[in-house]
Every structure is written in C-alpha cells, then in structure tokens.
Design a protein around this ligand. Structure first.
Ligand SMILES: *Cc1c(COP(=O)(O)O)cnc(C)c1O
Length: 383
C-alpha cells in the first residue's frame, strides 16, 4: 500500500543535503571541539561556522546562540535559567499561555509545585490566539518571565510575537518564545522580533532529531542549569554533538532561505483540505485560526469521534496523521490545548491534525479529502 505522510508537525525527514553535511563529522572529523590539537580545532571550527550561519539568520551575535539537545531542553533551559535568576532578584511570577507545548507547561508547573514560583496562564481566544493587550494587563512588578508559543504545533495558530515582546519590554520583563514549529515559514530574526529568548531545533525543519538551540539575548538574567565544562559560554556544559550541530545549521539555512517558497507551495494545498473537509463532513470544525495559521497545517475537531480510533483507521488506509501533539498518543484524555479553546469534550476527543511538507503532492491531498468523509463515518459508528 502507498503510504502517505501527513505528520510533518511531529517530525520531518532529514534533508539529503543536511545528511551529506553531517556525514564527515561522525567518524572522519571526530575530534572534541574542546581539544587543543588539530582534530579538535577542526571540530571547533565546524561548531563556530554552524553558530555563525544561525546567528546570520537570527540577526544576532554568535555568542547569543546556545546549542542544546532539542526543543524540550531549550524550553527547560529558558524557563529554569531565566526563572531562577529572576527569582533571586525577587521576581518569582511567570506567565505562560494556556496553549504551550508540555516542554514549557510542565516545566512551569514543576517550578510552581516544587520551587516556589507563582505561575499564571494567559487565556487565549477560541482560535488559540494570544492577545498582547491581555499579556500587558497580566504582567506584574514581580513578573520575571513571559513565555508564548510562536506557532502552535497542535492547532497551527501563529501568535503576534513582536507585539507580545514589545509589551513585555514596556513592563520591564523578559520574553521567551518556543519557535520549534516556525522555522520553515517565518523569519526567525530575533532582533526584529525583539524576543529575549527563542527556542529552535532540528527535526521539525528537515534537520536531525536530538539537536536544538536557544537564542539568549545578551544581558538576559540567566543561571545555567546544566553545569559542567565551559562549553556554550558557560550556559550549557557538555561535549558538543558536532555532526548534529553541523546538520542543524544546514537545516536552519535551507529553511530560512525558503520560507516564502514553502508558504506559497503549501497554502493552496492546506486550504483545499480545510475547505473540502468543512464542506463535505457534517459536524466538523476547524481548530485554530482561519488565516493566522501555519501554511502546512490543517486541524479539525469532529463531534462524536474517538481521535485515536480515527488515527488507526487512517493508518490502515495508508495515511499517517496525528491528533494534537504526538506525545499524547494512547491517551484518551482530550487535549489541554483544545480544552483551552473552549471545546466541549465530545468535540475535543475527536481531533485530527493534517500537516504537509516538502514531499507532499496535490494527488495525495486529493485522494485524502476524497477518502476522509467515509473514514469519519466509520469512526462515528464505533463511538
Ligand atoms: C517538537 C516541539 C517541541 C519539542 O522539541 P524536541 O526537539 O522534540 O524536544 C517543543 N515545542 C514545540 C512547539 C514543538 O513542536
């Protein structure tokens, strides 16, 4: 059977060009960048070249780019690193949106439950959009950090990052955004966005898994949470993963150079899916914002459908899709993000996420939208 991949928000295949760039650094140029000898210098040069490529796209200083093991670690590092430093300065209040990835929301929850932080959740509208005005109203003199997701992995909504950063600075607090999903479609120009911290990573942008980074604006209050060697300017100890860092930079470079092309190609395919599904499937609704959404992202809720059951039926028909976040597979609980939008649980349980990518072609989309109504009908029979 022909297998169709519609789950690019969960992960992407590594671009062949990225794979080629990484290859020499596994065995040929295997040095430790911290070593003094030539092999070490070659590895160090590769790391610093990678950092330079990313800093170029982010319009930042090279010393503002820190490599980590991925989006989860970057979000942990941002919240803990800034949170702890700000708490020492008497600011223990943290604001996060109510639609964050668990790497942000669970970290904030732990800081609240075990480390004396006061965490509050910024409400979103029914499309998952964060209003900068509400953020501004919620900031207190003790607010040490605000974190709002750039592009939502589950519902595709894209937030007004620049405006949120602006209100944070007006009220003298620090702003972090999780931009793991954003790199294929939006310029991550940190200077223009005015963010203080930005999470990015490899495997959602055709780079390798297990590698990511954090932009930390110079002067941001910060305490390292992974202590050890003096790598990464003391922000994050540990021997560098040289091949993956090289791959990450190549992936960032390709993604950032093709944001416009990626959008132009995928928006019509995305819109075809959204329009057809809403027209042909009764008791269906779009989740997330109608226009302020990622160009590759279509997400829905269907009344009286078990989402996991739907995913199995789709899988049997050859379609790899997702409901909400990949981490929630197997859990019968409605997603917290969909609940935050105000969906009733008999809708929130029936969520479907269809995300497109570089290998998606029109024919796959056409076949899918033809098959889906029958599959939803079958899923409803089981409910
Ligand atoms: C995938 C993802 C993460 C986690 O990144 P990993 O590299 O898989 O740890 C965090 N936030 C968002 C928005 C994501 O899409």
């Amino acid at each position: 059977m022909n297998r169709v991949y519609f789950d690019y928000a969960a992960t992407t295949p590594v671009d062949p060009q990225v794979e080629r760039k990484m290859a020499p650094y596994f065995s040929l140029e295997f040095g430790n960048p911290s070593s003094i000898h030539l092999l070490g210098q070659i590895a160090e040069a590769a790391i610093e070249n990678a950092r330079g490529i990313i800093a170029g796209h982010f319009n930042s200083a090279e010393s503002e780019i820190i490599f980590t093991s991925g989006g989860t670690e970057s979000n942990n590092l941002a919240l803990r690193g800034v949170g702890l430093a700000q708490k020492l300065a008497g600011k223990n209040h943290i604001l996060i949106s109510s639609v964050e990835h668990p790497a942000v929301s669970k970290t904030a929850l732990q800081l609240q439950n075990y480390f004396g932080f006061d965490v509050e959740y910024i409400p979103v509208d029914s499309t998952g959009f964060v209003d900068p005005e509400i953020v501004s109203q919620m900031i207190k003199p003790t607010t040490g950090l605000v974190s709002v997701i750039f592009a939502n992995n589950e519902i595709g909504t894209v937030n007004p990052i620049e405006s949120i950063a602006k209100v944070c600075h007006e009220k003298s607090t620090i702003f972090h955004t999780d931009a793991m999903q954003a790199g294929n479609f939006y310029k991550l120009n940190c200077a223009a966005l005015q963010v203080d911290l930005l999470t990015f990573g490899g495997h959602k942008i055709y780079g390798p898994k297990g590698i990511g980074g954090l932009y930390i604006r110079k002067g941001t209050p910060f305490i390292s949470t992974q202590t050890g060697g003096s790598q990464e300017f003391g922000f994050r100890g540990g021997t560098h993963n040289v091949p993956l860092i090289v791959g990450l930079a190549e992936a960032v470079d390709i993604a950032q150079k093709s944001v416009q092309k990626n959008s132009e190609r995928l928006v019509p395919l995305r819109d075809k899916i959204i329009e057809t599904v809403l027209k042909t499937i009764p008791r269906s609704q779009l989740t997330g914002h109608a226009s302020l959404r990622m160009p590759n992202h279509a997400s829905f809720a269907f009344e009286s459908v078990n989402g996991n059951n739907l995913l199995s039926l789709l899988d049997h028909s050859g379609y790899a899709c997702s409901s909400g976040s990949a981490c929630k597979t197997g859990s019968p609980e409605p997603s917290e993000v969909l609940i935050a939008l105000g969906l009733e649980s008999n809708w929130a349980l029936g969520s479907l996420r269809v995300t497109l990518g570089k290998n998606t072609v029109l024919e796959e989309v056409e076949n899918f939208i033809q098959a889906l109504p029958g599959i939803i009908h079958n899923a409803r029979a089981y409910f």
